[in-house]
Design a protein around this ligand. Structure first.
Ligand code: ADP
Ligand code: MG
Length: 257
């Protein structure tokens, strides 16, 4: 199962209300896009889903497979299968990329009771598993021996986030602007990589400002317009094209009526 439900979610940061009643429901195998203007609260939503301590939920609930996860820490939510690909991935000097992936993978495998997942004891076994995945995201193997994100270009950081998603196989992946800072060719290949690692049991939520990356996804089930701290309108993939042509203002106008 992988069912995420966000109910009337209100969130403040340093006393200022940023999310003002978000409602969203996703099911297994679905690909969702959340599109909206800058500053509307999209990253706030993704941070809140992963329990960032600066964001306070003042109202509403977040349910995973029917159970509230509000009281869980970021680590506990990750172990339940939630994954966030950051808009601005952090460089972590001293932590090897491959070591980071193996530690995370094994921690998740141990936590997912009742699910058959191998725990990789040796570095060599894990390297073989990684090699199956790294080509699909368009990174070379030598990246694995570098420190996490250190000195990676914008595009390489985004690919590294998708590699984490491919390796960890979360139930629900939220990718915050996986296209930001990428040139057009990189946008296409990152979209292809996202499609490759999305499967029938998992849910992928792509947050973006532009429809461009969505055009390259193999599948897109629902598009949500996010503005002023909530989802104002939802539709199918054609809504993304309409937003690309007409911008966001008309949705705000429509919502006022
Ligand atoms: P989006 O991802 O849609 O561009 P954000 O969630 O990043 O929007 O930001 C939503 C609102 O929260 C904006 O008004 C922004 O200025 C404010 N905000 C974001 N980060 C901070 C911060 N570190 N301190 C104070 N306000 C912030
Ligand atoms: Mg953002």
């Amino acid at each position: 199962m992988a069912e995420l439900e966000i109910k009337d979610l209100h969130v403040t940061r340093e006393g200022k209300e940023i999310l003002k009643g978000v409602n969203l429901k996703t099911g297994p195998g679905e690909v969702h896009a959340i599109m909206g203007p800058n500053g509307s609260g999209k990253s706030t939503l993704s941070y809140t889903l992963l329990a960032h301590p600066k964001y306070e939920v003042t109202q509403g609930d977040i349910l995973l497979d029917g159970e509230s996860i509000l009281e869980l820490t970021a680590d506990e939510r990750a172990k339940k299968g939630l994954f966030l690909g950051f808009q601005y991935p952090t460089e972590v000097s001293g932590v090897g990329f491959s070591h980071f992936l193996r530690t995370s993978y094994n921690a998740l495998s141990k936590a997912m009771k009742g699910e058959e997942r191998e725990v990789f004891i040796t570095v060599r076994e894990f390297q073989n598993y990684l090699k199956e995945n790294i080509n699909s995201v368009g990174l070379r193997e030598d990246f694995l021996s570098r420190y996490l994100n250190e000195g990676f270009s914008g595009g390489e950081k985004k690919r590294a986030e998708v590699l984490q998603m491919a390796v960890l196989k979360p139930k629900i992946s939220i990718l915050d602007e996986p296209d930001s800072g990428l040139d057009i060719d990189a946008v296409q290949s990152v979209a292809k990589a996202i499609s490759q690692v999305s499967d029938k049991d998992s849910t992928t939520i792509v947050i973006t400002h532009y429809a461009r990356i969505l055009n390259f996804l193999d599948k897109l089930d629902h598009v949500h317009v996010f503005a002023d701290g909530k989802i104002l309108k939802s539709g199918d993939a054609s809504l993304a094209q309409e937003l690309e042509k007409r911008g966001y203002d008309w949705v705000l106008e429509e919502a006022k009526q």
